[in-house]
Design a protein around this ligand. Structure first.
Ligand code: UDP
Length: 325
């Protein structure tokens, strides 16, 4: 019988794409989501509407569904908002995850894949970022994810939880068939904002800082296609279901791309340049972040298939031209 997975946060961007890839790999999936930022149309399988802090609701869904594993994508994830309203981040991301773990334990579900972030590392003291890099997050968002990672490691050691944590770099792109992609009510990410600016749907992009000590003065990030990210989740889950206790892995391509290089790729994809104005640096943006990703390659036999920024951006453009939601 195929394994059953509850995808918590399954109506969101990365959760819904991963759920679709789980289905392609023979898993049975259901989604749990409060729809605060997600889209009901994106959820795969049955959608249970609920908050991760709602112990009764979560317990009922987990015990009724006879799940073998949980994937946990539900979180607040806007760095700026986390600086302005830190308590929301500790409440939902840390408190909500503690509730989820308790409900899993109460219902006998002992396998979890958790969405973490490279923001737990803070300002890099060495690049590429490896998993042993010191963790000094510079925002409550990053701090909340670091706290959860610590909680999960303790539960792995003492509570019998099998858990793998995936530290995402910059997710981008859509399902190649155009069925699922990135639509946020509050959009802060470079690629969707730049495409919308070029399509005339938004004002010109504000380019945050051109005076960084990088090859063209703009920030360097590691853009990873959402399908490669989803594939990492499936591989991580399979390893846990085979009895592995789990670990923490970076999920990036290892390739750094500057903001100007992203804008140029979008310009090539659309055949029109991205209108933009140079703005001040955004608080909390490190000059460069890119992954050392050999740990996941060795442990899970995962390698990114989408290694060109043009190919990644092309699928983001495809979604922006005809979003389904
Ligand atoms: N960025 C920008 N203008 C925007 C949004 C982002 O110049 O309107 C830059 C940002 O400073 C960073 C990069 O684009 O260097 C990626 O930012 P994003 O918010 O997409 O992801 P982050 O790296 O913050 O998770």
């Amino acid at each position: 019988m195929s394994a059953r997975v509850l995808v918590v946060g399954g109506a969101g961007y990365i959760g819904s794409v991963t759920a679709a890839v789980l289905v392609q790999n023979g898993f049975e999936v259901e989604a749990y989501d409060d729809l605060s930022t997600g889209h009901a149309e994106a959820a795969q399988g049955r959608l249970h509407r609920g908050d991760i802090r709602d112990k009764d609701r979560l317990t009922a869904v987990l015990s009724d569904g006879k799940f073998d594993a949980v994937m946990h994508f539900a979180a607040k994830s806007l760095v700026g908002e986390s600086v302005a309203h830190p308590l929301r981040y500790y409440d939902v991301n840390v408190g909500g995850t503690a509730t989820l773990l308790q409900c899993m334990q109460d219902t006998g579900v002992d396998t979890l894949v958790f969405s973490s972030t490279c923001a737990i590392y803070g300002d890099p003291i060495r690049l590429p970022l490896d998993e042993e890099h010191p963790q000094h997050p510079v925002s409550p968002y990053g701090a909340s994810k670091k706290m959860v990672e610590e909680m999960l490691a303790a539960c792995r050691a003492k509570e019998g939880l099998k858990v793998t944590t995936l530290r995402y770099f910059n997710a981008a792109g859509c399902m190649p068939d155009g069925s699922l992609g990135e639509s946020h009510k509050t959009e802060t990410h470079l690629i969707p904002l730049a495409i919308a600016a070029a399509l005339g749907q938004r004002p010109p992009l504000s380019l945050f800082g051109t005076d960084y000590d990088t090859r063209d003065g703009t920030c360097i990030r590691d853009y990873i296609h959402v399908l490669d990210l989803a594939d990492a989740h499936v591989k991580a889950l399979n390893q846990l279901l085979e009895g592995d206790p789990g670990d923490a892995y970076n999920v990036g391509t290892g390739v750094g791309t500057t903001v100007k290089e992203v804008l140029a790729a979008i310009g090539r994809s659309l055949g029109t340049p991205v209108p933009h104005d140079v703005a001040e640096r955004r608080a909390g943006d490190p000059p460069a972040l890119f992954a050392r990703a050999d740990k996941i390659q060795a442990a899970l036999n995962w390698t990114p298939e989408w290694t060109s920024i043009d190919a990644i951006v092309d699928t983001a453009v495809q979604w922006a031209r005809s979003p389904r939601f």
